[in-house]
Design a protein around this ligand. Structure first.
Ligand code: ARG
Length: 461
């Protein structure tokens, strides 16, 4: 038998076994919500006083007592007791120790089911606010790097094969666009998914007192109370919406991490990462490993699993509350912590990254990056694109066979490819990039236009 007083002890003859207690207890996980639990209790008690369910005196005593419990949590003097199943139980137990019977009245018209659903949303709202700010920092770092690298050209890739030259700024701005969508998704979570307060739903069917749910909702920063009490305690959609947004964000940071790993390799050498974000090898003295970039690549596995874990947890549960839902916080907190670790590290790594634009330029000397530009040149001379594509393909093959780039094709090769009389245009990487004048393309003017628009968007956050 385990020790400790239970808040639900009345119906039970014996206490819970230790093995059950260990399985059931969630304090270690959910105690991080102490401030949100206390805020919810404060709002609930104020509302009970306002609606005449609790006396002014009890309300005052509860408010003072909650202040004292909060002080104990902040200065580290709160002592968890064996019977403290979760944060809700622990706060109420301590409050009652401090203020006596008034503490026993706090849970009037409330259940831990609507309480925990509310606490989780309050905690998540704070976390989302922090992550919105962290996404903004990362986007600003990418914007500054992009601003410095409008002139630099590197090969753009498809299938990890060199395809066409692009501006480094253009490449970095692609990630800014992903972050702009991530930021929008997180704002949607905050403004839509977290708009409604479950508090006041009771255990499942509502409560038997004339409570004012709009009042507690507003006091806690929600727009309105939830509409259906069963749904309020049974659903975790807001958590799922956040985990989806976080998973997509991590897909983006994972791709960025992977590109930095590739770019930092000896083979490619497009970037030099700072000592502050790399590590050495315990055996190989020469090594400088891009660990931060690798971890950025890796973390997506956790957050996508958190999303899938939460959804699998809730799926198939009958209405309304089930203890299974206690596990929601495992997935939620893991994702929140992971994103909180990741974003500042990635921002710091990118801020200190030195792009080797000389090596990028050298990689653009690959003789075939302008093949499409040559085809476009023929199209401008009146050729159907498909014929131009075929002819340039023949010329590429002839040049490959002789080991030269397209620009060095001789007139016999040009004639054999069906382009007799055609004078090749300048096939430089710069000319190729400047030719991409379509909106969103890699010409200097279009990249500057993209940068301006992205900067304005990020500036509004
Ligand atoms: N620790 C629980 C959770 O996180 C709180 C709700 C408990 N409700 C109950 N009926 N046992 O879900």
């Amino acid at each position: 038998m385990s020790d400790g007083v239970r808040l639900w002890g009345g119906r039970f003859e014996g206490g819970p076994s230790e093995a059950f207690d260990r399985l059931n207890a969630s304090f270690a996980v959910d105690s991080r919500m102490w401030a949100h639990d206390i805020a919810g209790s404060r709002a609930h008690a104020q509302m009970l006083v306002a609606t005449g369910v609790l006396s002014d005196e009890d309300g005052k005593s509860i408010a003072d007592g909650l202040d004292r419990v909060a002080a104990e949590f902040s200065d580290g003097s709160f002592f968890v007791q064996p019977g403290d199943e979760d944060i809700h139980t622990a706060v109420e137990r301590r409050l009652t120790e401090l203020i006596g019977d008034a503490g026993r009245r706090l849970h009037t018209g409330r259940s831990r089911n609507d309480q925990v659903a509310t606490d989780v949303l309050l905690y998540l709202r704070d976390a989302v606010d922090g992550q919105l700010a962290a996404v903004a920092v990362l986007a600003n770092v990418l914007l500054s790097q992009a601003e410095r690298h409008v002139e630099a050209l590197l090969p753009g890739y498809t299938h990890l094969q060199r395809a066409q030259p692009v501006r480094l700024a253009h490449h970095l701005l692609a990630y800014v666009q992903m972050l702009i969508r991530d930021h929008r998704r997180l704002r949607l979570v905050r403004d839509e998914s977290l708009a409604e307060a479950p508090l006041g739903a009771g255990a499942l069917s509502g409560v038997g007192f004339p409570i004012d749910r709009q009042m507690t909702a507003e006091a806690l920063g929600f727009v309105r109370p939830t509409a259906n009490s069963l749904d309020s305690v049974a659903s975790r959609d807001a958590v799922a919406d956040y985990l989806h947004a976080a998973a997509t964000l991590c897909v983006h940071t994972s791709r960025l991490g992977e590109e930095l790993v590739i770019w930092a390799s000896d083979e490619v050498g497009f970037v030099e990462l700072s000592d502050a974000f790399t590590s050495g090898s315990s055996m190989l003295p020469q090594k400088k490993n891009p660990d931060a970039a690798e971890l950025a690549r890796a973390k997506v596995a956790r957050v996508v699993s958190d999303y899938s874990g939460l959804q699998s947890l809730v799926a198939k549960l009958p209405l309304a509350y089930n203890k299974d839902l206690q596990e929601d916080k495992h997935f939620l907190f893991d994702a929140i912590d992971t994103v909180e670790l990741l974003l500042p590290a990635l921002a710091g790594m990118l801020e200190g990254a030195v792009f080797r634009t000389d090596r990028m330029a050298a990689a653009c000397q690959d003789g075939y990056l302008a093949a499409t530009d040559l085809a476009d040149h023929l199209v401008r001379a009146g050729w159907p694109f498909r014929r131009a594509h075929e002819a340039v393909g023949l010329l590429v093959r002839a040049c490959l066979a002789r080991g030269v780039g397209l620009a060095d094709a001789n007139s016999a090769e040009i004639t054999d490819a069906g382009m007799a009389g055609i004078v090749l245009p300048a096939l430089t990487a710069e000319a190729s990039a400047e030719a991409k004048v379509s909106a969103g393309g890699t010409s200097r003017a279009r990249v500057i236009e993209q940068w301006d628009a992205a900067r304005a968007e990020v500036g509004r956050w």
